[in-house]
Design a binder for this molecule. Structure first.
Ligand SMILES: Nc1ncnc2c1ncn2[C@@H]1O[C@H](COP(=O)(O)OP(=O)(O)OP(=O)(O)O)[C@@H](O)[C@H]1O
Ligand SMILES: [Mg+2]
Length: 246
């Protein structure tokens, strides 16, 4: 059987005025993979997610999901196709309960309250937030807010989940806990593309990483190979990471 990528970006470019935020970028994510998208601040990572999820339309290039070009679809249509995402800045409905917030996601596929409630409870269990279901979202700790963000995305039943820096701001123990949650989601059959600044975590989770700098891909491969790539070390990892590895 010929192998087909679940997600494929082909020569994707977007310009904001004079700034080329994503520049001729091509990469694939295969079904069942966890792929890391890494790069320095301002490299264009979140913009890539906005392009995939239909928030922005590329100036040039194509984006295929399940073999279908999804360029031009609205965000809710992309979501209906099976791509869920989290946002770097989490914005739940603070005065609503955790359960309510997750049910909003589940209503993408149903208008039955019972069905959406069951789905929401299922994903809350998966991310380990079930015991907080009746709490107002604004009262959650940071780590639980992150879990809520992931649960909201999961409630839309994605085949592909885009995670934008869900580990940022967590302490080391919380990072480890969140890594276990991500692994659990992956084992449940969800393909994952993740943006991560906590490099150790990105490396531990990803089978493959794609490194971008100034919107361009500068390296791609298994984590251990990429971290030894001189261009990557120069652009991003720097001496701090180099020192940490020795
Ligand atoms: N809507 C926009 N209009 C103009 N410029 C934008 C827009 N969105 C992003 N940019 C610019 O595109 C570049 C890439 O931004 P992006 O947010 O994708 O970076 P990032 O890799 O996610 O960075 P970080 O690690 O800080 O989250 C930046 O220079 C940013 O200022
Ligand atoms: Mg970003």
């Amino acid at each position: 059987m010929p192998h087909r990528a679940l997600l494929e970006l082909r020569n994707v470019t977007i310009k904001f005025g004079g700034l080329i935020a994503v520049n001729d970028l091509s990469f694939t994510v295969n079904e069942g993979e966890i792929v890391g998208l890494i790069g320095p601040n301002g490299a264009g990572k979140t913009t890539v997610f906005n392009l995939i999820s239909g928030v922005y339309r590329p100036t040039k290039g194509e984006i295929y999901f399940n073999g279908e070009n999804i360029v031009g679809l609205k965000p809710y249509q992309v979501c209906q196709k099976g791509i869920g995402r989290t946002f770097q800045l989490v914005k739940p409905f603070g005065n609503k309960t955790v359960l309510y917030n997750v049910m909003v996601g589940a209503f993408l596929h149903t208008n039955n309250t019972h069905v959406s409630r069951e789905k929401a409870l299922e994903v809350l269990k998966l991310v380990g937030l079930h015991h907080r279901k009746d709490m107002l979202a604004k009262n959650l700790t940071i780590v639980d807010r992150k879990k809520l963000e992931v649960a909201k995305a999961l409630a839309t039943e994605p085949k592909l989940l885009l995670l934008d820096e869900v580990l940022a701001g967590l302490n080391p123990a919380e990072v480890n806990e969140a890594i276990e949650v991500i692994k659990r989601i992956h084992r449940a059959g969800v393909t994952i593309l993740l943006i991560e600044h906590v490099l150790k975590a990105a490396m531990a989770l990803s089978q493959r990483v794609v490194v971008i700098d100034y919107g361009r891909k500068i390296a791609e491969g298994p984590p251990e190979e990429v971290t030894n790539n001189p261009e990557v070390i120069k652009a991003y990892l720097g001496e701090r990471y180099g020192a940490a590895r020795n």
